[in-house]
Design a protein. Structure first.
Length: 88
């Protein structure tokens, strides 16, 4: 499960050949959530409110890159790292 981004203590990753709908996983301080790439909403799991807000903001800002990575993961191709919210 490659980590594709890390910001403010939040790790973002995807599984190779995972099931639809397009999603990613976010972990923060012992919490984990499955997050929709389309909307940035939590599908399953839980994140603290501030972390959930940051993840949604990041997902919506990088939706195209995430969709590309989803297709790469489905094809078992290497994933591309994506800048986090705290990258300058």
């Amino acid at each position: 499960m490659p980590t594709i981004a890390y910001f403010y203590g939040i790790a973002i990753w995807m599984y190779f050949r995972d099931h639809p709908p397009p999603h990613l996983f976010a972990t923060y301080s012992g919490h984990e959530a499955n997050v929709s790439i389309e909307s940035g909403d939590i599908i399953a799991g839980h994140l603290p409110a501030n972390a959930a807000r940051l993840v949604k903001q990041w997902v919506l800002a990088h939706r195209g890159e995430l969709e590309d990575n989803w297709q790469r993961a489905r094809a078992s191709r290497p994933l591309i790292k994506i800048a986090g919210l705290d990258d300058d």
